[in-house]
Design a protein around this ligand. Structure first.
Ligand SMILES: Nc1ncnc2c1ncn2[C@@H]1O[C@H](COP(=O)(O)OP(=O)(O)OP(=O)(O)O)[C@@H](O)[C@H]1O
Ligand SMILES: [Mg+2]
Length: 273
C-alpha cells in the first residue's frame, strides 16, 4: 500500500509532485478546502523576497491601495505570521478575540487581516516553531471570510521555508511580485525566492526594485534571471519612510510615489501587454 502511494503523483498548482509521504494527501485536501473558501477572490498575488527589510510590506500596502484607487475590491493578508508588520504600516491598533469565521477589518476601503489583530500587546513576540506558523497560516486561509474580492495581496515573510512554502502549496496563486533593492546581495536572495516559486509551479509576475538609486541594475538583474517583466523602481525617499512610520499610506499622500505605483500596477495586471 505504501509502495503504491510512493509511486503516485499528485498535481499541486501547475506542478506534478511525487507522493513521498501520505501527508501530501492532507495538503491536497486542505488546498481544495481553501480553494472553495476563497472562491470569491479573482486574483491572489504574493509580495515576496527571501531577504528581510527590502520593502515587501511597503510594496504590498502601496500596491493594494493603488488597486483600490483603480476601482478594484482589494484585501491584504499579513502572511508574516510570527512577525506581522502590516498593522503598523496601516495604524491598526485594536486587538480582539478571534471569532470564527474571522472577519477582516476595513482600512480606507481595503480589507485587512493579520495575526497582530489577535495579540493584545503589539511588542510581544510570537515565538512559534515552523510547523505552528504553517498551521496558523493554513487556519487563516481557511477561516477568513473575505467575500468577493478582485485582488488579495499577501505580504509574505522573508525566508524560503515554512509559511512561504505553505502559501505556494496551499493557494492557487496568480503568482508573486518579487522585491529587491539595488544591492547585489538583495538581488541574489530575490532570485532565490523567484526560483523557489517557479520550482513549486507558481508564476513570477514581475520584479520591483525598491529603495532605488535610479540605476535599476538590481531589479533588471533579478528580472533577467527569472525571465519575467521588470515592473519598475521605487525611489528611496525620506518622505516614504516618514509616511509609512506614521501609519499613512504613501500612495494616498505623495503624488510622485502614486505615479510610480500606478505605472507598476498597470504593468502587473496587464501582464506586460
Ligand atoms: N522606498 C523607500 N524609501 C524609504 N524607506 C523605505 C522605502 N521602502 C521601504 N522603506 C522603509 O524600510 C523599512 C523596511 O521596509 P519593509 O518593512 O516594507 O520591508 P520588508 O521587506 O517587509 O521587511 P521584513 O522582511 O522585516 O518583512 C521600513 O521602515 C520602510 O518604511
Ligand atoms: Mg514585511
Amino acid at each position: 500500500m505504501e509502495e503504491e502511494k510512493e509511486n503516485q503523483q499528485v498535481t499541486i498548482g501547475n506542478a506534478k509532485v511525487n507522493v513521498v509521504h501520505p501527508s501530501i494527501f492532507n495538503v491536497v485536501k486542505q488546498r481544495q478546502r481553501i480553494k472553495e473558501k476563497l472562491s470569491g477572490i479573482k486574483h491572489k498575488i504574493g509580495v515576496y523576497s527571501a531577504k528581510g527589510g527590502v520593502g515587501k510590506t511597503t510594496v504590498a500596502v502601496n500596491l493594494a491601495f493603488t488597486l483600490k484607487e483603480m476601482g478594484y475590491k482589494v484585501g491584504l493578508l499579513d502572511a508574516d505570521i510570527d512577525c506581522p508588520n502590516l498593522h503598523l504600516f496601516l495604524d491598526i491598533k485594536q486587538a480582539r478575540e478571534p471569532e470564527y469565521p474571522l472577519k477582516p477589518i476595513e482600512k480606507e476601503g481595503v480589507k485587512v487581516i493579520s495575526t497582530a489583530m489577535f495579540v493584545d500587546e503589539a511588542k510581544r513576540p510570537i515565538i512559534w516553531r515552523g510547523p505552528m506558523v504553517a498551521k496558523m497560516l493554513a487556519e487563516f486561509l481557511e477561516a477568513t471570510e473575505w467575500g468577493e474580492l478582485d485582488y488579495l495581496i499577501l505580504d509574505c515573510s522573508p525566508g524560503t521555508s515554512d509559511s512561504n512554502l505553505s502559501i505556494m502549496q496551499l493557494l492557487e496563486m496568480d503568482g508573486f511580485v518579487i522585491v529587491t533593492t539595488p544591492q547585489h546581495i538583495a538581488a541574489i536572495n530575490a532570485i532565490r525566492s523567484g526560483m523557489m516559486a517557479k520550482r513549486l509551479g507558481v508564476a513570477v509576475l514581475g520584479v520591483v526594485e525598491n529603495m532605488s538609486d535610479g540605476s535599476t541594475s538590481g531589479g533588471k538583474e533579478v528580472s533577467d534571471a527569472l525571465k519575467c517583466q521588470f515592473l519598475g523602481a521605487v525611489k528611496s525617499s525620506q518622505n516614504f519612510n516618514r509616511l509609512s512610520d506614521s501609519g499613512k499610506i504613501p500612495v494616498s499622500e505623495d503624488s510622485e510615489i502614486k505615479e510610480e505605483f500606478i505605472s507598476m500596477t498597470k504593468k502587473l495586471i496587464s501582464g506586460g501587454d
